[in-house]
Structure formats: C-alpha cells, structure tokens
Design a protein around this ligand. Structure first.
Ligand code: ADP
Ligand code: C5P
Length: 244
C-alpha cells in the first residue's frame, strides 16, 4: 500500500492554509466515573499547549414546562436527551479554527441558561467529555484518540449520591430512583457497548497516574508530529501502536 499515507492516517492533517488542525480527544465512561477529573489532569499536564474542554452535558435539550412537571419520568441518560446536531456544529467550527459559544446547562432546573454562553476559542487540543460521546458515529469520527474511564458501578453510585445531593440539588431517594430506572439501564444499553470504540481504557480514573502520564506523553508526541507535518508536509512519520 501507500506507506506514507498509511503512516499519517489517523493523524489530523494540516489545513490548506498550513495551520494545524486541533487534536481531538474523546473521554467517555459512566456517570461519576471520573471523566472530568481525568480531563482536568490531562489539561494540567499539557500546560504548555492550548487545551479546551467541551462537555456533552452542555448540549442537553432544555426541558419544556410540561416535561419539568414530570422530571422524575425524564430519561437524561438516553442519547435523544442531547442535541447532537448542535454538538457536531460546535465541534466542526472548533476543528476548523473558529471560536464558538457553547450553551451553559443548569442541572438544578434542567434548562439551559438563556442569557449567557461559554465562549470557547480555537486550540491545539480539544477534549470532548461525556457519558455518550462514543455513541454517535459522526461524533466518534471527529476524534483522534478515544479514552474510556472505567470505574466500578458501586463506586460511581456512591460518588453520584454525594455529588448530586451536594451540587445538583437532589435528595438521596430521587438519585436512587433515577439510578435504578434510567441511569443503570442506559449504561448497560448505550454506554457500556460504546466502550469497544476506546483506544485506551483507564481503570481507577483519576487515581491512575501511570495511565494519565502515558496518555499525556502520547498526546505530546502526536502534537509534535502535527508540527512536523506543518513544516515538512511530505515527511514520513512513523507512529507506534499505543496500548496500556
Ligand atoms: P464524571 O465527570 O465522570 O461525572 P467526576 O470526575 O466529576 O466524574 O467525578 C464525580 C465525583 O466523584 C466528583 O464529585 C469527584 O469529586 C469525585 N471523584 C472523582 N474521582 C475521584 C477519586 N479518584 N476519588 C474520590 N472521588 C473522586
Ligand atoms: O457528569 P455526569 O457524566 O455524571 O453527567 C451525566 C448524568 O447527569 C447522567 O447520568 C444523567 O442522569 C444526569 N443528569 C441529571 N439531570 C439532568 C441532566 C443530566 O441527573 N438535568
């Protein structure tokens, strides 16, 4: 086959104007698995690069008045709960170097903030985090690297109870009811089956410093190759398979 093309495949290529395309990382895993914690650690360690974090949660559809009255019956863990077309539009813009306004979602009233947005600028690295970021093939296809944070369900439930009662305005009973009725079934139906798309699976989430170090090292190597591609677009870049 075509050795050079094969070797460079999977590596975001420079745009026609010679500027780099951002390196896109998807981070998925069940609720409260430690996705945000892992992303924060990666961002911290990549301090000398421009990195932005995009949360799938920002693209939740806001509930209508009627849905709000029966919020306990709403499935926030089903793929249809997200506006994936809007997510794709925002990611597309960011990938092409434009800045975007991302909605701000409020977990207490299940709505988007109507007045303000979060402005996200173009960057070297874009991290897209969420329970279902590997579900839709169009979203997966944006990603240069896919990470799944794997944490036992009992640990996740314990963390979720603590977080949702502390930060998301819930009581323990409602968290447990929602977990049994929607969160766990949707994890089994949609989140777990998408684990097979991951390039890297991190056991123990943010506690796994070895995995985070390896991932950051790999991203640095890839960003270096980006720069090489920019300077020497025809150079042969050897890349190795990455496994933990
Ligand atoms: P996710 O983004 O997957 O929902 P977070 O990273 O926000 O998960 O973590 C969920 C909750 O669990 C947060 O309250 C966080 O502080 C806590 N948490 C995350 N990782 C750990 C850990 N390794 N040890 C203890 N608590 C943790
Ligand atoms: O941060 P985390 O990945 O846990 O966020 C996803 C979870 O948020 C889903 O499991 C969903 O049940 C929950 N959620 C909620 N209320 C909303 C929106 C999402 O409990 N209004």
């Amino acid at each position: 086959g075509n050795g050079t093309a094969d070797a460079v495949k999977g590596l975001a290529s420079p745009r026609a104007d010679g500027t780099k395309q951002p390196f896109v990382i998807g981070v998925s895993g069940g609720t409260a698995s430690g996705k945000t914690t892992v992303c924060d650690m990666i961002i911290q360690q990549l301090h000398d690069h421009r990195v932005v974090l995009v949360n799938q949660d920002s693209f939740y559809h806001g509930l209508t008045e009627e849905q709000s009255e029966h919020v306990q019956d709403y499935n926030f863990d089903h793929p249809d709960a997200f506006d994936t077309d809007q997510l794709l539009e925002c990611m597309g813009k960011l990938k092409s170097g434009q800045s975007v306004n991302i909605p701000i979602y409020d977990f207490k009233n299940h709505r988007r903030c109507s007045e303000s947005f979060r402005k996200v600028n173009a960057s070297d690295v874009i991290i897209l985090e969420g329970i279902l970021v590997f579900h839709d093939q169009r979203v997966r296809d944006l990603m240069d690297m896919k990470i799944f944070v794997d944490t036992d369900a009992d640990i996740r439930l314990a963390r979720r109870i603590r977080r949702d009662t502390d930060e998301r305005g819930r009581d323990v009973i409602s968290v447990l009811e929602q977990y049994g009725r929607f969160v766990k079934p949707a994890f089994d139906d949609f989140v777990l089956p998408s684990k097979k798309y991951a390039d890297v699976i991190i056991p123990k989430g943010g506690d796994n410093h070895v995995a985070i170090d390896l991932i950051v090292q790999h991203i640095r190597t890839k960003l270096g190759q980006h720069d090489l591609c920019k300077i020497y677009p025809n150079v042969f870049v050897v890349h190795t398979t990455f496994q933990i």
